[in-house]
Design a protein around this ligand. Structure first.
Ligand code: ADP
Length: 685
């Protein structure tokens, strides 16, 4: 490609505008990436600190939220039911997710749950009483039958004594025997007898020793169930309420769990009564809810009394007024009650699972936005709650995350291998992209330059062509015009002269015709093969015809010809196109060979091919030009060509004709020695 001033400018602009900035950018990016590991390390330290504080914040915020909710819920505790009537009323109760039970104290004594303000006692009293005559009679009656005796014995809860000595050996035996008989009657559907015995049992006050609480509630439940079995639903309800009243009025509460069991089963059964009126159903429902909750709370209080007393008496609360106490798997928190005057105090039992879930969900949200930081949160039993403990990493920071849960939070040293690997990946990606961009720019530019050069060449060829074609057209036209004018003016009188001039006019007209024919042929080729008329024809005949037409021009120039046309050289093709191919090759040989010279034209059959060759001893074509001469409008820039008329279209036409006929062209040429053009057609069957 010739480097003109414009090209140079273009190259300068290209280098300055694209390559240079790209190179500088690439260099800067590479340097930047090299700093990556260092920066990543620095960043990581900063991130770690932020992560830790965000995590701590999230936990403490969520804890505070739970305290606020607990405080809010405790407001409702004053409105909770206190007496039997209250229990039946619907009252709002706010539960808090994460808190299992809330207790309200005033001046050290319990305000809610109200029923637990009674004295707690689990004393069991087994002092004796003498059985009544009726009781004895009943025993006798039942035990007279030996099979009954065995069954009663089987129904007893404690089978320590043999049936024969079943009677009044110990006070506990007396109770057991009675219960056994009641159950026996109940199983045999002797409800009235069972009830009679039950009343005897119930009339014996516990203090007198027949029953401890456990057995009292068993007897109560049996009584209740007998009433239900007898379908005395109203009586069953009244009985249940009577027991509830006794329970609430009792000065001390014994064995809470058996009482809970009794009320839970009784209420559930009452709620299943079909004919229970709606308002009563609602009342019993509320009764069950409220009473159960309070009993449940009392259960907790009862079990962990020491812990509660410890919390109540402990003065050392945190700055938020919160104090935690832990014992095995129970955690309670104490907070001062903010809404009322006096010495109110709220103690709440944390629901470990729900509390943990609330905090963990908040921690997870933080951890999600800080990926790639190795950390772990473990509970008191070293169970991992969040994160993971890396195999061999150094702990860089540690702390307690939740005062309530006592979780240990640890941050670890990041494995720098990871960061290095990450940077390396990024670096490769960057290098790859840069290289790709650079290659794309360079290739694109080279192609663009080539394209521009080609366009220019084509433009100059076309200009060349136009000027040579117009020159070609003008020359014969001038001669024709001149001779015609001379004859028109009557200057040419002699018959010989008129004949000579007319002959010249005819010759020039033929030249014009040929030129226009060449241009038409070329355009015809340009437009494709649609205008071709394909037929099987004898190539030799076609070449011979061309030779006959142009031979004289060569002979006049002083050239010698040798020609050989093998007959029956059939090919499939378009006659006009093949004629044009032969004409161009033979005419070129004549044009570019000076006298004395020799031109050999040959058509022969070789294997399956028809071979056509034109050999001359002319000027030849330099090797560098041999590729170009088949291009449209191309003419070699030597003296010989300049002095020879032509359009630069002849070989372009030859090439196209050969291509459309699937023929190959080869050229052997040496400057100063001559050229041989060979075209090889496929022979037609
Ligand atoms: P033109 O009309 O100029 O002859 P062609 O396409 O036929 O155009 O040929 C292209 C160029 O190839 C010519 O300008 C000439 O320089 C060169 N050329 C073609 N045939 C011969 C030949 N037989 N000997 C030497 N040069 C040739």
């Amino acid at each position: 490609m010739q480097v003109s001033r414009n090209n140079l400018l273009f190259i300068l602009l290209f280098a300055g505008g694209i390559i240079l900035p790209t190179a500088i950018l690439a260099y800067l990016s590479f340097r930047n990436i090299q700093n990556e590991v260092y920066l990543a390390q620095k960043n990581f330290d900063e991130n770690r600190a932020s992560f830790q504080s965000e995590l701590e914040d999230a936990v403490s915020k969520e804890q505070k939220k739970i305290y606020q909710e607990t405080k809010g819920a405790s407001l409702f505790l004053y409105e909770q039911p206190r007496g039997l009537l209250d229990f039946g009323n619907a009252t709002e109760f706010k539960s808090v997710d994460g808190i299992e039970a809330i207790f309200l104290f005033n001046n050290g004594s319990l305000v809610y749950p109200d029923i637990s303000s009674r004295k707690f006692s689990s004393t069991q009293d087994f002092s004796t009483t003498i059985p009544s005559a009726r009781e004895k009679a009943l025993y006798q009656e039942e035990l007279a039958n030996p099979s009954n005796r065995e069954k009663i014995y089987q129904s007893r809860v404690a089978r320590t004594v043999h049936p024969s000595s079943i009677f009044f050996d110990s006070k506990e035996d007396q109770v057991q025997n009675l219960l056994g008989m009641i159950r026996f009657n109940y199983q045999n559907k002797k409800y009235d007898a069972a009830l009679e015995l039950l009343e005897i049992l119930e009339k014996q006050p516990h203090q007198q020793g027949y029953l401890h609480t456990d057995l009292t509630r068993s007897a109560n439940l049996l009584h209740f169930e007998i009433l239900v079995a007898q379908k005395k639903h109203q009586e069953a309800q009244d009985y249940c309420l009577q027991i509830l009243n006794e329970f609430l009025e009792d000065k001390s509460i014994k064995d809470l769990s058996s009482s809970r069991f009794f009320f839970e089963s009784a209420f559930t059964q009452i709620l299943s009564f079909e004919k229970l009126p709606q308002d009563r159903r609602e009342a019993f429902w509320n009764l069950r809810e409220n009473f159960n909750r309070q009993l449940g709370y009392m259960d907790i209080l009862f079990k962990h009394k020491d812990l509660f007393v410890e919390a109540l008496e402990d003065e050392n609360s945190s700055k938020d007024g919160i104090l935690y106490k832990q014992e095995d798997d129970i955690t309670i928190l104490k907070m001062s009650y903010p809404y009322l005057s006096g010495d109110q105090m709220v103690i709440a039992k944390i629901d470990n699972k729900a509390y943990r879930d609330r905090l963990v969900s908040k921690m997870k949200m933080v951890a999600q936005s800080w990926k790639n930081i190795p950390f772990s949160v473990v509970d008191q039993n070293d169970n991992i709650i969040l994160g993971s403990i890396p195999d061999s990493s150094i702990i860089v920071s540690q702390g307690i995350l939740s005062d309530a849960m006592n979780w240990e939070f640890s941050l670890y040293e990041k494995d720098m291998q990871d960061i290095k690997k990450e940077s390396r990946h990024r670096m490769f990606l960057m290098y790859g992209l840069m290289l790709f961009a650079l290659f794309a720019v360079i290739f694109g530019s080279v192609f663009m330059l080539r394209f521009i050069a080609q366009e220019r060449r084509l433009l100059s060829m076309k200009t060349n062509f136009l000027s040579s074609v117009s020159h070609e057209l003008k020359t014969p036209l001038t001669s024709i015009k001149m001779f015609a004018e001379m004859m028109a003016r009557g200057r040419v009188q002699k018959v010989e002269k008129v004949q000579e001039y007319s002959g010249l006019i005819g010759k020039e007209a033929t030249r014009l015709e040929n030129l226009i024919g060449a241009i038409l042929n070329y355009t015809r080729m340009e437009n494709g093969t649609s205008a071709f008329k394909w037929e099987k024809l004898d190539f030799s005949a076609c070449a011979q015809k061309v030779f006959d037409a142009v031979e004289n021009i060569g002979i006049e120039k002083g050239l010698e010809f040798r020609a050989h046309f093998e007959s029956c050289s059939f090919v499939m093709g378009d006659y006009t196109a093949l004629y044009s191919l032969c004409q161009n090759l033979i005419e070129n040989a004549i044009k570019y060979t000076n006298a004395p010279g020799e031109i050999t034209i040959d058509v022969h059959i070789e294997d399956n091919h028809v071979v056509f060759s034109v050999m001359d001893t002319g000027v030849g074509i330099p090797p560098a030009e041999q590729k170009n001469i088949f291009n449209d409008f191309y003419r070699v820039g030597d003296e010989m060509t300049r002095s020879t008329k032509g359009s630069g279209l002849g070989l372009a036409i030859v090439k196209r004709v050969a291509k459309t006929h699937r023929a190959t062209i080869s050229l052997v040429s040496r400057p100063g020695k001559g050229s041989t053009f060979t075209v090889k057609f496929k022979k037609a069957e």
